[in-house]
Design a protein around this ligand. Structure first.
Ligand code: SF4
Length: 488
């Protein structure tokens, strides 16, 4: 019996005999791109557990390799093919020792490229899109017969149902902070973005599915959950009484879960920031004062060309409402410079928007053409050297604002959720309410707890501090921040 036939046999046995224990195997999972891919990779690892798979960091040890790919960056597919070339050599070396290695390509590149992947890289056994992860055992069993499996359907409801069934299983110990996908896909069709094509139309999980999974996570030790969605504040899920809730109502419900102390959500679209969600920022201590709200450009002409469906003035008014509700909020953003047709004046409009809003952090990129999107065929592309110069100017401004925001935290005491050991002995690292990493000297026993920390120094991305014994942080920090923030 070959190893593949053995796999098929064990899979059938596993599906028919509840007492069956699958033989031990190792899976090497490489994750590219966004937090949603991180969440999906974790769920794939969960699905593979009952099949006998445990995770390995070592490619050479892997019986199964999965590349969970991302299509956002330029030349994403080419990078996957070059990685597959490297994996092929490891697979060949393992074959000399009589060991097999199955290879799967998952994620958005798999969704976009489909059969092209197996044509260009015949070593690949499985190509499956983001909506197929729950079917992984079946896909593996089919691939074990020697057939190349291509699964790129958009059956997202089935995926969500399966995730919920998993959440109902006994809880395992988890890290203090975790992601939870509540929504996938996007209907906005920004002209630069591939997401509506690779992840499909917007689909929201139900209230019950999300609350159940969040409850299980909290029972397993999760103190902070970040709700994920490509357009997360567009989430509109069915409640048990048949009504439809928005994200603001959902975070209120999640705030009631015992042991769940912190909530965040990402990524949001300005058009979907409704009053209920803004009010939740005002009312809920659990909802952290951090919001990633991409605007992409400060020019109305470019916003229209991007199909963003809002103007710069609407964005300003929205920011005012959010800051009225939550004065200490750290605002984060995405910017694309050099979108087709962007003039010097358009770019300066973006710089002006940044100066007026004052961000705590931002991600910025040069526009690059994504095949299949309307932007890719626009004729007035901006020269590369112009894009580079604009990006450098924008990033310098954002870096100054980030430093100013971090400096405004100096001397405050804030709550920090400790998540892991630091690089230095005796150091632990947590996250501030505004999402900066905070390393302090402290015992490992504090990992998984929230402690008050006095901020004594700042780095470009981090806050440095010391543990404050016996001090309750949340009262003093909030009041102090209301005075200090954005005055810097
Ligand atoms: S809202 Fe976000 S995910 Fe949707 S198309 Fe625009 S950039 Fe892409």
């Amino acid at each position: 019996m070959t190893e593949r036939q053995e796999f098929e046999a064990t899979d059938i046995a596993a599906s028919t005999d509840p007492k069956f224990v699958a033989p031990e195997r190792k899976v090497f999972m490489r994750t590219y791109g966004c937090q949603m891919n991180v969440y999906d990779s974790n769920r794939m690892t969960d699905v593979l557990g009952p099949q006998g798979y445990t995770a390995t960091e070592n490619l050479e040890d892997a019986d199964l390799v999965i590349l969970n790919t991302c299509h956002i960056r330029e030349k994403a597919a080419e990078k996957v093919y070059s990685e597959l070339g490297r994996i092929r050599k490891v697979k060949e070396a393992r074959a000399l020792d009589g060991k097999d290695m199955m290879i799967g390509v998952a994620g958005c590149v798999a969704q976009a490229e489909g059969e092209e992947i197996s044509r260009r890289a015949p070593i690949v056994d499985m190509v499956f899109g983001p909506q197929s992860y729950h079917r992984l055992p079946k896909i593996l069993a089919e691939a074990a017969t020697g057939k190349t499996v291509i699964e790129t359907e958009f059956d997202i409801d089935a995926k969500f149902e399966h995730l919920s069934a998993q959440a109902a299983q006994p809880e395992r110990k988890r890290a203090p902070a975790a992601f939870l996908t509540v929504q996938e896909g996007c209907d906005k069709f920004c002209t630069f973005c591939v997401v509506p094509y690779t992840r499909g139309a917007e689909v929201s999980r139900s209230v019950e599915q999300i609350v159940t999974e969040a409850g299980q996570m909290a029972a397993g030790g999760v103190r902070e959950i970040t709700l994920l969605g490509q357009n997360v504040n567009g989430w509109h899920g069915k409640a048990p009484d048949g009504s439809t809730w928005g994200l603001g109502r959902l975070v209120r419900r999640l705030s009631e879960i015992e042991g769940l102390d912190r909530l965040r959500y990402t990524t949001s679209h300005p058009r979907d920031m409704d009053d209920e969600l803004i009010d939740a920022h005002r009312d809920l201590k659990t909802l952290m004062p951090y919001l990633h709200l991409p605007v992409q450009s400060g020019s109305d002409k470019i916003l229209a060309a991007m199909n963003r469906k809002h103007t710069r003035d609407e964005y300003f008014r929205l920011i005012d409402r959010i800051r009225d509700a939550s004065p200490d909020i750290a605002l984060s953003c995405d910017f694309i410079v050099g979108f087709p047709g962007e003039t010097d004046q358009d770019f300066q409009d973006t710089m002006d928007l940044i100066r007026r809003v004052e961000f705590g952090s931002a991600f910025s990129f040069k526009y690059s053409q994504r095949p299949g999107t309307p932007g890719a065929t626009m004729t007035d592309q901006v020269p590369e050297d112009v894009k580079s110069a604009r990006l450098a100017e924008l990033q310098a401004l954002v870096a100054n604002q980030q430093t100013a925001f971090n400096a405004s935290r100096m001397g405050m005491t804030c709550d920090v959720l400790f998540e892991r050991k630091g690089r230095n002995t005796g150091q632990i690292v947590g996250k501030s309410p505004w999402l900066q990493p905070v390393p302090v000297d402290g015992p490992d026993s504090l990992i998984g707890t929230i402690q008050p920390v006095e901020i004594t120094g700042i780095g470009s991305n981090s806050l440095f501090g010391r543990l404050v014994a016996g001090h309750h942080a949340s009262v003093s920090s909030t009041d102090a921040i209301k005075e200090a923030v954005f005055d810097a």
